[in-house]
Design a protein around this ligand. Structure first.
Ligand SMILES: Cc1cc2nc3c(=O)[nH]c(=O)nc-3n(C[C@H](O)[C@H](O)[C@H](O)COP(=O)(O)O)c2cc1C
Length: 317
């Protein structure tokens, strides 16, 4: 089966600048999910989010906006807003594990409330023509919570349910619960997408073997750590292109230039790039010393020098 690969969003990282640079140099992703936005009771969309999903900032790639909310009015407001921009689908985030979100009964904190999920979907389907897809965890406290929700979802024509088979309390740590994922697939009549810890071609192949009924795979951290991963999965190869470092270098340059234009001051630019390097670094296990230099860089010149050293060392290996 030809896998369909989706970019799982990372707030603060996979914004439109990342998506465009990624698409230009690596490819292999069939659709990108935008990091989630919140409405917070006000009937307005933050300009930074608006910029992130404006079609003119996302040309040549398929984008699916995502909302995080526990309120039907907010959902409907967001649906109308994204429809006006030309989107047909809105993804609903029931996975976010952060305490501030969970405390407000949103993200993975909403999974334990199937009645509320039901009443929100009821209104959304009654009052809007938006296509709804969902992204969720197994629960917040336990991996049983989702099994109270799946029967409720059967009532609605949800496009798909992407499941990150962890509980919210785990954050991003510990194992992905593959047995519970299988149980979800067996329980629901909806199309299920797999999400969680796909970081290499062999690992992907293991998952594809274990879940032959799955053809949509969402990859989050793995595509930042190794942007070649989606195209390598599609070509079923573990071999990098010969010009790997050249492509990485151009990709990095494009990100750096784009962020330099919008962030004020070297400090902010370096901080943003260092966020990416926390992931990139896992692709360069032999360059720990150079990575430390990138992390310690206090100005753009030192940062660029450290990146150059790392890339040229990798190029010569
Ligand atoms: C820093 C960070 C930010 C994230 N932001 C979002 C988000 O906005 N929306 C969402 O659905 N998931 C978000 N996620 C979760 C990822 O999309 C993904 O579901 C999770 O990391 C598991 O998949 P992976 O192992 O392939 O990364 C975030 C994860 C991290 C680490």
């Amino acid at each position: 089966m030809n896998p369909i690969l989706l970019s799982s969003p990372l707030q603060g990282l996979t914004d439109f600048r990342f998506r465009n640079a990624f698409n230009k140099y690596f490819g292999g992703i069939d659709a990108f999910y935008a990091p989630s936005f919140r409405i917070n009771g006000k009937r307005e969309i933050k300009p930074s989010y608006e910029r992130d999903i404006l079609p003119e900032n996302n040309t040549g790639l398929e984008l699916i906006p995502q909302i995080i909310t526990s309120n039907a009015d907010e959902f409907l407001f967001a649906a109308e807003y994204v429809q006006k921009l030309g989107y047909k689908e809105l993804n609903w985030n029931l996975g976010c594990p952060y305490p501030m979100v969970v405390k407000r009964g949103m993200g993975s904190g909403l999974i334990k409330d199937p009645t509320k999920i039901d009443s929100i979907l009821n209104r959304v389907y009654a009052e809007s023509g938006i296509i709804v897809s969902m992204k969720m965890r197994l629960g917040y406290e336990t991996n049983e919570e989702i099994f109270q929700v799946l029967p409720v979802l059967e009532k609605y024509p949800i496009k798909n349910i992407a499941i990150h088979a962890r509980i919210g309390k785990q954050l991003y740590k510990g194992e992905v619960d593959l047995d519970s994922f299988q149980k979800c697939v067996d329980t629901t009549g909806h199309t299920v997408y797999f999400n969680g810890d796909i970081t290499s071609v062999p690992l992907f192949n293991d998952m594809a073997k274990r879940f032959p009924m799955i053809d949509h795979w969402m990859i989050g951290r793995g595509i930042i750590a190794d942007p070649f991963l989606p195209s390598m999965i599609k070509n079923n190869t573990t071999k990098y292109p010969e010009n790997r470092i050249e492509l990485l270098s151009k990709f990095h340059e494009m990100l750096l230039q784009d962020y330099s234009q919008v962030l004020s001051g070297g400090h902010h630019i370096i901080m943003k790039m260092q966020q990416f390097w926390e992931y990139f670094a896992t692709s360069f296990p032999n360059s720990r010393k150079e990575f430390k230099r990138i992390k310690r860089a206090k100005n753009i010149k030192a940062y660029e020098q450290a990146v150059r050293e790392l890339l040229s060392k990798e190029n010569n290996q």
